[in-house]
Design a protein around this ligand. Structure first.
Ligand SMILES: Nc1ncnc2c1ncn2[C@@H]1O[C@H](COP(=O)(O)OP(=O)(O)O)[C@@H](O)[C@H]1O
Ligand SMILES: [Mg+2]
Length: 254
């Protein structure tokens, strides 16, 4: 199946990102990838392999040293900070492991915050649908501290969905949740893809979470080392185990 430009939600083209001064760390080393509209991709790999950096560069939260990032037809490298902020507010959603809700605002205010910031009034019917989908209708006046971790993450997902972003980036969205609550959160992200045609790019350590995606990409040392369509949880676990073994072998040889 060939991918036409209209199918491309996000693309990275030879992206490099190095951090630090005296002893620079290469976080992304010539990464190229295309994320197709209406698909979910899981990004996996050992700690420090560049997963968060990839997400941040792809979302316009961080700038690559070289290479090109596009969201749809928008070229992020040519944008000012102001334009990037506009783009993030309008076309991108985020879900983080630590939820990142505003403690002083109630559930409804948290969900509506991105729309308020971008001064776009979302369709009330859509807001109701999102609130229904995440099952928070009876919690709208609660503060985040009054909710369980799973409920807080569902608020964060509602907040990410309400502006109808083209792409939802998630950095270990189920990392702080128990297995059952994680399954609810994954089902919600899946519904954003299947029911509204949104694109999800999700960093996860969990092979079960990754098996909900249409594709699994594995990073090691800032490079994409595997790219697998629907590999299934067992195969994912095998690949991660193989990667995990590289380190001791290298140490013994070195
Ligand atoms: N702001 C930063 N300053 C310096 N080094 C960083 C920064 N962010 C990430 N790094 C380094 O870049 C590499 C990749 O980090 P990261 O993308 O967070 O990996 P992952 O999310 O896979 O754990 C790591 O070696 C990390 O220490
Ligand atoms: Mg990370």
């Amino acid at each position: 199946m060939s991918v036409t430009p209209a199918d491309v939600a996000v693309s990275l083209d030879h992206v490099h990102r190095t951090y630090g001064g005296d002893q620079p760390v290469v976080a992304l080393d010539d990464v190229s990838a295309v994320f197709t509209r209406g698909t979910a991709t899981a990004v996996m790999g050992p700690s420090g392999s560049g997963k968060s950096t990839l997400l941040h560069c792809a979302a316009g939260l961080d700038r690559p040293d070289s290479g090109r990032v596009r969201i749809g037809d928008a070229d992020l490298s040519s944008m000012s900070e102001k334009q990037l902020t506009e783009l993030r507010r309008g076309r991108v959603g985020f879900v983080f492991q630590a939820f990142n809700l505003v403690g002083a605002l109630n559930v409804e205010q948290n969900i509506m915050l991105p729309s308020r910031l971008s001064r776009r009034r979302p369709d009330p019917a859509w807001v109701d649908e999102v609130i229904g989908r995440v099952g928070l209708g009876d919690r709208l006046r609660h503060r985040p501290a009054q909710l369980s971790g799973g409920q807080q993450q569902r608020v964060a997902i509602a907040r990410a969905l309400v502006t109808r972003p083209e792409v939802i980036f998630c950095d270990e969205p189920t990392g702080a949740l128990d297995t059952r609550t994680a399954a609810d959160v994954l089902a919600l992200l899946r519904s954003a893809v299947d029911q509204t045609g949104q694109t999800v790019v999700m960093v996860t350590h969990d092979p079960v979470a990754a098996s909900c995606a249409d594709r699994v990409m594995v990073l090691a040392d800032g490079r994409i080392v595997r790219d697998m369509p629907q590999p299934g949880a067992e195969r994912i676990a095998e690949h991660l185990a193989l990667l995990g073994r590289r380190q001791p072998v290298a140490t013994r040889e070195g």
